[in-house]
Design a protein around this ligand. Structure first.
Ligand SMILES: NC(=O)c1ccc[n+]([C@@H]2O[C@H](COP(=O)([O-])OP(=O)(O)OC[C@H]3O[C@@H](n4cnc5c(N)ncnc54)[C@H](O)[C@@H]3O)[C@@H](O)[C@H]2O)c1
Ligand SMILES: N[C@H](CO)Cc1c[nH]c[nH+]1
Ligand SMILES: [Zn+2]
Length: 428
């Protein structure tokens, strides 16, 4: 854990080092991922099976890659009723929020008698990546599949690793609840490669969405262009901005809630109160004594965690914008004023009673969010990831007569005479 103070002379260098911190980890997976992707592209199912055996300790034949309908039904039936109810609460809220995102088409005729339109069309086939290496993520099934359903995507193919062959009933129940039937028990770069290039038994998709570890995030980055992707939704991150009026234990568990996802996760506290910062550090250490996933969380906290003491909240907002975190928690009495200064964050959680975990499960907005500072230019998963736009122009002799001559002039200026003729021959 780095302990920084903005009043120290070496703060600027220390903060830059923090910004750079995880990029070495990210770079180190690029080559192994490239090799896996090219092998999957070349050898298909056989390569996918080999990597699944190597990384998930599961020996498979190509026929067994897909989880059959009876197994899905039987596993889902094992989920206790109260857990099923919780899943339905989350699904109801996620679906309602994404339903509200649906955009409308454009269709109007302008003053020059040209009819213009923009039409949204759902993608045909989408691959949903559901992580499953160090934890199972039924909530990510909902976050991936429900916006796709709301958008009207026809084919949903889901990949989820099942380390040692252990199926997670709640993951399969979530898939069943969302109507996802095409599920493969594979993960990592090999799953991303299989969905991007297709194999003998997995048809390729048009876009791959969903969160995952560094290997998954890098694989998505590398297959972009062959398929679309949502964003780089890699190892989790949180920045907690808090004044001294908070319970240090609450800030500590909020930090650990992200750290426990992955050794590569990152949790950062920014506070105006140095004494509070020290209390949070102590509280983190105390929680780590009992937290079941302490091995992962303490590695993340030690390697990537930080506590930054700042002069004031304006300075805190400036640092948040430079970090562009996946999640920002604002533990202040007036969180809206602070969050108005934040331009770069995947999702913002406002107020002392809105920890990030609300958004992980039951808030409604998506928890698949951009990491590694990509919130500077990317957004969380939404209905917009599952639809695309087509524009339309319709005109007649009158409309072309009004706007065509300007087009002819521009075509000549570009030296594109067929373009000019295409317009001018239609002009009276
Ligand atoms: N940003 C987001 O929106 C978001 C949301 C939820 C979860 N997450 C993140 O998702 C991740 C889940 O990670 P996970 O590991 O539990 O599951 P995962 O499914 O992402 O990764 C497991 C796969 O990683 C591959 N892998 C592991 N070690 C490898 C190696 N040495 N070489 C090649 N491949 C290897 C294996 O193929 C394995 O199947 C965490 O980092 C978590 O923070 C992010
Ligand atoms: N915090 C994760 C996104 O970084 C999402 C998640 C799912 N389950 C628990 N948490
Ligand atoms: Zn989480």
């Amino acid at each position: 854990m780095r302990h920084l103070n903005s009043m120290d002379s070496d703060f600027s260098a220390d903060f830059s080092a923090l910004l750079q911190g995880r990029s070495n980890d990210e770079r180190s997976v690029a080559e192994p991922v490239r090799a896996i992707l090219s092998d999957v592209k070349e050898r298909g199912d056989v390569a996918v099976c080999e990597y699944t055996e190597r990384f998930d300790r599961l020996a498979l034949t190509p026929e067994a890659l897909r989880i059959d309908a009876e197994t899905i039904k039987a596993e889902a039936a094992r989920v206790p009723a109260e857990l099923m109810d919780a899943l339905k609460v989350a699904a109801r809220r996620i679906e309602a929020f994404h339903e509200a995102q649906k955009p409308t088409d454009l269709d109007f005729t302008d003053s020059e008698n040209v009819r213009l339109g923009m039409r949204w069309t759902a993608l045909d086939a989408v691959g949903l990546y559901v992580p499953g290496g160090k934890a199972a993520y039924p909530s990510s099934v909902l976050m991936n599949a429900l916006p796709a359903r709301v958008a009207g995507v026809k084919r949903l193919a889901m990949c989820v690793p099942t380390p040692d062959g252990v199926l997670n009933p709640l993951v399969l129940a979530a898939a069943q609840l969302c109507g996802v039937e095409e599920i493969y028990r594979i993960g990592g770069a090999q799953a991303v490669g299989a969905m991007a290039y297709g194999t003998q038994s997995i048809a390729p998709v048009d876009r791959i969405v969903g969160p995952g570890n560094a290997f998954v995030a890098e694989a998505k980055r590398q297959v972009f262009g062959q398929v679309g992707i949502d964003s780089i939704a890699g190892p989790s991150e949180v920045v907690v901005v808090a004044d001294g009026q908070n319970d240090p234990r609450l800030a500590a568990v909020d930090l650990l809630a992200q750290a426990e996802h992955d050794e590569q996760a990152q949790a950062i506290l920014i506070t105006t109160d140095a004494v509070f910062g020290d209390a949070v550090i102590a509280a983190v250490a105390k929680e780590l004594e009992t937290l079941p996933r302490a091995a992962i969380a303490s590695r993340s906290w030690d390697d990537h965690g930080a506590v930054i003491v700042v002069r004031d909240l304006d300075e805190a907002a400036e640092l948040v914008n430079r970090l562009a975190p996946e999640h920002l928690e604002v533990l202040l009495d007036e969180p809206r004023g602070f969050s108005a200064q934040v331009r770069h964050a995947g999702a913002i959680f406002l107020g002392r009673y809105c920890p990030e975990a609300v958004g992980d499960y039951v808030g409604g907005p998506n928890h698949v969010l951009p990491t590694s500072r990509t919130a500077r230019f990317a957004s969380g998963l939404s209905v917009f990831d599952f639809i695309k736009r087509t524009t339309m122009i319709e005109t007649n002799a009158d409309g072309l007569g009004r706007i065509g001559p300007a087009g002819v002039a521009l075509a000549h200026a570009e030296g594109l005479d067929a373009h000019a003729l295409s317009l001018s021959l239609r002009l009276k």
